[in-house]
Design a protein around this ligand. Structure first.
Ligand SMILES: [Zn+2]
Ligand SMILES: [Zn+2]
Length: 349
């Protein structure tokens, strides 16, 4: 099998050849047809997350060993499976749910694999889809995508699922509320696309880039504002009375601060983006404003199934994607780093 791997953190990815892996137990081997390039791959490639105040979370300490193949938005065709794999057939075309736990602890047994303390995620712990072949640990993580192009279906495994799960956390909002979506890059733009299928609120997009605001308005946002404009917040509060919820798809100090400041009483800030660093937090504003700050990370297997069914029913408009050859994996990462991408890059082996 051929793959594009991290050989050293922060250095260009390298193309390497290995023997085709033999699926054991319940494992399934798939021939990769498409793999999305996620912004979080950039952090994996750098080898750390910026935790703020000079602290770093090193990924090598968290069990990521080099050389490593990234890629957690994977679509493939089943070519082989282990002796204990059931309900799977050669030729099945499937998108892989990558957010897999140990499958043994009480959280995993309850279907909350994201809460597992021993994650086995495809593309962040286990070699992923920047390759022509990939192993999925069990057939239950393989989801059909009939009727959709493979290049689009792969994006629902992370970007789409992350957007869907974050929106579900604010699905209590009504038509009278405003939901602020901060950051209309890949995942934020996905959220704008599905928002009306999950939440009744009006959708206001906040982005500093006029092109991304434009893309968000075309994708169904009711309005857009430039959160780097010092007047924008006061204007927004005067016009709407504040947001019932804000979802921060960037996760940087200025965006999280904007997200908190734009809330009305009782509002919720959902932090999704992993840009990094920290913000000072005025504690009395939490009880006095009855505000909630919460985090949302990707989504569950159940949510992924719900999302794919919405997509297949045509309730979610497709996000823009750009197909690039697998050997351009590193260039894709660099273009993401430079903020050049509008929509998703998808690698084809
Ligand atoms: Zn991702
Ligand atoms: Zn577990």
């Amino acid at each position: 099998m051929y793959c594009q791997q991290i050989v050293e953190f922060g250095k260009p990815l390298e193309g390497r050849n290995y023997d085709t892996p033999e699926p054991a137990g319940t494992e399934v081997l798939l021939k990769v047809t498409a793999c999305g390039v996620c912004h979080s791959d950039l952090h994996l490639w750098e080898g750390y997350f910026d935790m703020g105040e000079g602290n770093r979370l090193n990924l090598e300490d968290r069990g990521m060993h080099l050389p490593f193949t990234m890629g957690h938005e994977v679509v493939g065709e089943v070519v082989a499976f282990g002796p204990d794999a059931e309900n799977v057939a050669i030729g099945d075309k499937r998108v892989i749910f990558p957010w897999i736990g140990c499958r043994e602890c009480p959280d995993c047994e309850a279907g909350d694999e994201l809460l597992c303390n021993a994650p086995q995620t495809v593309g962040t712990r286990y070699n992923g889809g920047y390759a022509d072949e990939v192993i999925a640990p069990h057939p239950k993580y393989l989801i059909p995508y009939d009727g959709l192009p493979a290049e689009l279906a792969c994006t629902y495994a992370c970007s789409g699922l992350t957007a869907y799960s974050a929106l579900k956390k604010v699905s209590h909002l009504t038509e009278k509320d405003t939901l602020v979506i901060i950051g209309a890059g890949g995942v934020g733009l996905s959220a704008v696309h599905f928002a009306s299928a999950v939440v009744k609120a009006k959708v206001m997009v906040a982005d500093i880039d006029p092109e991304k605001r434009e893309a968000a308005l075309k994708s169904g946002a009711d309005a857009a504002l430039d959160n780097s404009d010092p007047e924008a917040l006061a204007q927004f509060m005067a016009e709407t009375g504040g947001a019932g919820a804000a979802i921060d798809f960037v996760g940087a100090p200025p965006t999280a601060q904007f997200g908190l400041n734009c809330l009305k009483r009782g509002g919720t800030l959902v932090v999704v983006g992993l840009f990094g660093s920290s913000i000072p937090l005025s504690l009395p504003t939490l009880p006095l404003g009855m505000r909630t700050i919460m985090g949302s990370y990707v989504g569950t297997l159940e949510e992924m199934k719900e999302l794919m069914s919405l997509v297949q029913k045509g309730k979610v408009a497709p996000i823009p994607y750009h197909i690039r050859p697998l050997d351009e994996a590193h260039d894709c990462l660099m273009d993401l780093k430079d903020g050049k991408a509008v929509g998703r890059y998808v690698l084809k082996p």
